[in-house]
Design a protein around this ligand. Structure first.
Ligand SMILES: Cc1cc2nc3c(=O)[nH]c(=O)nc-3n(C[C@H](O)[C@H](O)[C@H](O)COP(=O)(O)OP(=O)(O)OC[C@H]3O[C@@H](n4cnc5c(N)ncnc54)[C@H](O)[C@@H]3O)c2cc1C
Length: 464
């Protein structure tokens, strides 16, 4: 992994993130004390008990997100946050089996103490979305990962899950519920949550092509989190790594009832805010470089990004200001602002690379490679690619970054990632609608209609 051309860049960047935990200036921000040993462990393992703890977690998220400009989606703090919340929800897991409560708590302790990097895989293969997930069957064989047998030592899983980002470089794979299960007996083999080593026998990752094309690709060369299809070829999962089995209704409530979704979204909101700030910086440098900031439509676009950044900051602040302990004593950010952010950002974030393309125009293609900039073409680059504020080489480097953030293979994958990584925005919108009590606002409008009708049917006041 550390040498493979598709992986070495992102592996190096992840290593830098872990090294930052040892940086004298950042260790207080990025680590807290292990409740087991008193030694430093990652800040995202902190179980928050009050507003101060939540703020410490946020600052830890911010430090890591800042290192990747918000372009890394699977830094360990994302799923550590889920595991933190799950580990505290013992009584919820005990509804299915008290052993599961112990398993998730012990697993969280292991991940925390060993600082393991986890990733997750949720959705079934995309064979036929007109059929239920359990019915992704071809030639009589079920495609989706399912439990085929149980024995004294654990369960055996066969089939596939569609995707796991960073699967090949992570230590551990969390195979958790996602698609809403209907709760029928047929769903039972598909209802589970467990964790497995990424090098477990029978577990295979089929990676997409790498988008790390080297040093001329400032983002792809550092942050390409390779995505992979996950195949379970009769993978044996020991019982102590099983957290839920055969309870479709509990699987459907896995993230919400435990507050895992709130803590994950807290991390996501910090990352997406960081990324939005990065785009504002990048767009501003482009307008400055080529002298386009005086055009009013450019100003209007920049103002839109400032508004986007302000809305994200406001939602983050509201989520923390209205935080409260959940049923298990975990101080949890308020869900409403987080839910608004996760429904809104996937759509509006699509504008960010589009604005880079709009502002950069042909500049995004006039980006000779570093060897040309410093080699035989240096004279031409210096003369013809200089800009209002930058030398030729400086301008090329800025525009290469702009291109990688908007139009390269890496940029395209980022745009897709922001749209889909937290689920299908269309179905999330449906869920938001279902979860929102609109009766009070409907009542207000009905009351007004009744009021105006009564006013208009009342006899006009008589003079004197
Ligand atoms: C870059 C990237 C990285 C990802 N990384 C991970 C990962 O690490 N782990 C992981 O588990 N997942 C990952 N995902 C998957 C992500 O969770 C899914 O993309 C998302 O949930 C949507 O599911 P789908 O891709 O199967 O789309 P589909 O469900 O196949 O949808 C395709 C289209 O059909 C529409 N559609 C399908 N079914 C319905 C329906 N019932 N109602 C209305 N419309 C419907 C959708 O709106 C969409 O337009 C990743 C995705 C991307 C793009």
């Amino acid at each position: 992994m550390t040498e493979h051309p598709a992986l070495r860049g992102v592996v190096r960047t992840y290593a830098e993130l872990y090294d930052l935990q040892h940086d004298a200036e950042l260790s207080d921000v990025l680590t807290c004390k292990s409740p087991a040993t008193g030694d430093p462990v990652g800040m995202s393992f902190l179980v928050p008990k009050d507003a101060g703890d939540l703020a410490r977690r946020r600052e830890g998220f911010r430090a890591w997100a800042g290192h990747s400009l918000g372009f890394l989606g699977r830094t360990g703090d994302y799923l550590n946050s889920a595991l933190m919340a799950l580990s505290q929800a013992g009584p919820w897991f005990a509804q299915a089996d008290p052993a599961y409560a112990g398993n998730i708590a012990a697993y969280f302790g292991k991940v925390r103490e060993q600082d393991l990097l986890t990733t997750h895989t949720l959705i079934p293969p995309q064979a036929n979305r007109a059929a239920a997930s359990v019915a992704q069957v071809v030639d009589g064989r079920a495609l989706s990962a399912h439990v085929v047998s149980e024995d004294d030592n654990g369960i055996v899983v066969r089939g596939a899950r569609m995707l796991a980002t960073i699967g090949p470089i992570a230590d551990e794979l969390l195979v958790f519920p996602s698609t809403v299960l209907r709760g029928t007996a047929e769903d039972t083999p598909y209802s589970f949550a467990f964790a497995i080593n990424c090098d477990a026998p029978g577990l295979r990752f089929i990676c997409r092509e790498g988008m790390d094309y080297g040093r001329d690709h400032p983002l792809g060369g550092r942050f390409d989190e390779v995505d992979a299809v996950v195949v379970f070829d009769d993978v044996h999962v020991p019982w102590e790594r099983v957290f839920m089995l055969g309870h479709p209704e509990l699987c459907n409530a896995f993230y919400t009832d435990t507050s895992a979704v709130a803590h994950m979204t807290h991390q996501v909101l910090v990352r997406t805010l960081t990324k939005t700030e990065t785009y504002l910086g990048l767009l501003s440098l482009i307008t400055e470089a080529i002298g386009i900031e005086q055009f009013t439509h450019i100003q209007e676009d920049l103002a839109e990004v400032i508004v986007m950044q302000g809305i994200l900051r406001g939602l983050l602040r509201a989520a923390e200001a209205d935080a409260a302990p959940n049923a298990y004593g975990v101080f949890t950010p308020a869900w409403e602002p987080l839910n608004v952010a996760r429904n809104w950002y996937p759509k509006v974030s699509q504008q960010l690379p589009a604005l880079v393309r709009k502002f950069g125009a042909s500049g995004l293609m006039a980006i000779p490679a570093e060897d040309d900039v410093t080699g035989g073409a240096a004279g031409d680059v210096g003369r013809y690619l200089q800009s209002a504020t930058l030398s030729g080489p400086e301008r090329v480097r800025l525009f290469r970054l702009a291109w990688d953030a908007s139009a390269s293979a890496f940029g395209g994958r980022q745009t897709l990632y922001e749209y889909y990584f937290f689920g299908d925005p269309v179905r999330m919108a449906g869920a938001l609608l279902k979860a929102t009590d609109r009766e009070p606002v409907k009542a207000r409008v009905r009351e007004f209609l009744a009021r105006t009708t009564a006013q208009h049917t009342a006899p006009p006041p008589t003079a004197g």
